[in-house]
Design a protein around this ligand. Sequence first.
Ligand SMILES: [Zn+2]
Length: 308
Amino acid sequence: MSAQAGDALTNASFALDVVRSLEPIRGRLLADGVPLELSTVGHAWGFKDRTVFSDRRGPQPGDVALRVEPGAVLRRLYRVLATYPGEPEIAYAVNQRSWIEQPAGSFRNTVVFEPFIEIPPRPYVETLQRFNADFEAGFNFRGKFLDELGRGERVLEVLLGSPLVGELPPAPSNVAIAEDRRSRRVRTTQQLTRPSNAAFRAKVFHAQRDAEGRIACSACDVTDEDLLEAAHIIDEGYADDEWWNGLPMCRNHHRLFDLGKLRLHPETGAWTARRYSGADSHITKPDVGSLLRAPSAAALQWKWDSDA
Ligand SMILES: [Zn+2]
């Protein structure tokens, strides 16, 4: 359908800011592990082949997307809950109108998002202009996403990591930790870390990235960001996903740390490797003294105790 500009803005607002029932795909969401309390609200969008911040591998659960639109008062980040490649009919079923699809029949996939973080308009626009001086918020039916502005992970890091004013505060002395600690036996049989937690990674990396823009594994000298991840100190889901609960780590050391084979003393900050010599564990740093910011001492104590 053709639409006047005013209609288009109204439609965009409707598409992004109205809570939709996902009842038609409730069963599919549950089967994909989307929590029950999230299965009745959210957004399902149809997508062409490449329209989401995702490092070009296709959107994955946990990825974060940002839609650029000037008409809406709120500007939000959205988190991917589930993806259905090759099934645009799911988006049609939920949206019940196809006006947003241009041209008709061009959608290839369904991606289900949840509204995630609201960003005040001014910092949002200024931040994006740091990546592209010519950036202007502008209505775009297809949506513009972070990866059109530069490496999406870096844009997200700046958006989520920067305090709106002043310096990043130090780690809090008191940390709320969920009471029902799982036993080590249970923990090691579960997947400890989600494959994609872009927002947590962005916060941890922002806190620990040096003035030259470099970041390294907390236990070795790996600096390639394709190999670096954000490791939770207190297990994911048991404390806030804030920078002070994370360590930048290479994939190998992240795995060993999750399994309790690599331990970090909460008082000295020294690494110890269980069942490994220092050489076998490929640790090249004696401790985490080189980190730019000290993570939460309470979090480190929790991790030490629960790995004992
Ligand atoms: Zn490492």
